[in-house]
Design a protein around this ligand. Structure first.
Ligand SMILES: Cc1cc2nc3c(=O)[nH]c(=O)nc-3n(C[C@H](O)[C@H](O)[C@H](O)COP(=O)(O)O)c2cc1C
Length: 247
C-alpha cells in the first residue's frame, strides 16, 4: 500500500540483540519521534529513561523475571507516566501550591500518553533497522524499578522497551482476523466464534513451527490460561503510593 504501512505490518518483537551500540543521533531521533505523538491536551505526561549502563540493565533484567534480552540489548528504555513535571510547571505558574487531581482520568491520560509516545518510538526504531520488544515485566517489581531509576512521586514505570540491532529473524506473529476487531457502526460479537476458531488454527501452526513442534496450543487456550492467573496485584497499592490515586 505504502512503505509506512508495509513497515508497520512487518513488526515482530525482537528478543535477541547484537551488542552494537546505538548512535546518540539514533536515540535522539527515536525520542523526538516519540515526542511527536499526539498527547492529551498537550500535557505530555510521560518521561522515558534510557538505560545503557550494564549494571543497571542487569538489575532491571533481574527485576523483570530475568528476561535476558533486557541485559543484552544496547539500550533499554523505561517509559513512565509522569505527572511530576506538570506539578512542577503548574506550581511555578500559580500563586499557591498546585495539586494533581487524584482521579482515574489523570491516570488514564498519563498512561495513554506514555503508550502513544512509546509506540511512535518503536516505529521510528524499526524504520532505522533496529528491533524492539516491549517489557511489561518491569511491573513485576515497580518499586524496585522506581528505586533503581530514581522515579519520584507522580511518576510510574508503565513498561520498558529493549532496543537494538536484531540478532534473529523471527516470523511475524499472526493477528486475529480483521472482522473480529473491526466493527461497523455498532459493536457486534457475531463474527467472534468463527474468527477465533480460524485464528486458533493459524496460531497453533505458528506456535508449532516456532517451538519446533513442541508447543501445541491455541490462542483460546493461551488466553484461558492467562485469565486463570491474577497477576501483579501489587499495582493498585503501588500506584496509590506513587500519587495515582484512582478516585
Ligand atoms: C505493553 C506490552 C508489554 C509486553 N511485555 C513483554 C515482556 O515482558 N516480555 C516479552 O518477551 N514480551 C513482551 N511483550 C511483547 C508481546 O508479547 C508481543 O508484542 C506479542 O506477543 C505480539 O508479538 P509481536 O510483537 O512479535 O508481533 C509486551 C508487549 C506489550 C505491548
Amino acid at each position: 500500500m505504502n512503505e509506512m504501512i508495509e513497515q508497520l505490518k512487518r513488526h515482530r518483537s525482537i528478543r535477541k540483540y547484537k551488542p552494537d551500540p546505538l548512535a546518540e543521533e539514533q536515540l535522539r531521533s527515536i525520542v523526538e519521534s516519540a515526542q511527536a505523538a499526539s498527547t492529551s491536551s498537550n500535557l505530555q505526561a510521560y518521561s522515558v529513561v534510557a538505560v545503557t549502563d550494564r549494571g543497571t540493565k542487569a538489575a532491571l533484567s533481574r527485576l523483570a523475571a530475568d528476561q535476558a534480552y533486557i541485559a543484552e540489548c544496547p539500550v533499554f528504555l523505561v517509559w513512565c507516566a509522569d505527572l511530576n513535571r506538570l506539578l512542577i510547571a503548574a506550581s511555578a505558574a500559580s500563586e499557591g501550591e498546585a495539586r494533581i487531581p487524584a482521579t482515574t482520568e489523570m491516570f488514564i491520560l498519563a498512561t495513554v500518553d506514555a503508550a502513544l509516545a512509546a509506540q511512535n518510538a518503536a516505529i521510528a526504531a524499526e524504520s532505522l533497522g533496529l528491533g524492539i520488544v516491549f517489557i511489561g515485566g518491569i511491573r513485576d517489581d515497580p518499586d524496585g524499578v522506581s528505586r533503581l531509576l530514581g522515579l519520584p512521586k507522580y511518576v510510574y514505570p508503565v513498561f520498558g522497551m529493549c532496543v537494538g540491532y536484531p540478532d534473529q529473524e523471527p516470523d511475524l506473529r499472526p493477528r486475529l482476523p480483521l472482522e473480529t476487531v473491526l466493527h461497523r457502526e455498532r459493536y457486534s460479537s457475531d463474527s467472534f466464534a468463527a474468527g477465533i476458531e480460524r485464528y486458533d488454527g493459524e496460531l497453533r501452526r505458528f506456535m508449532l513451527t516456532r517451538a519446533g513442534g513442541k508447543r501445541d496450543t491455541t490462542w483460546s487456550k493461551e488466553m484461558a490460561q492467562r485469565l486463570a492467573i491474577r497477576k501483579r496485584d501489587h499495582m493498585r497499592t503501588f500506584l496509590r503510593e506513587k500519587g495515582f490515586d484512582l478516585e
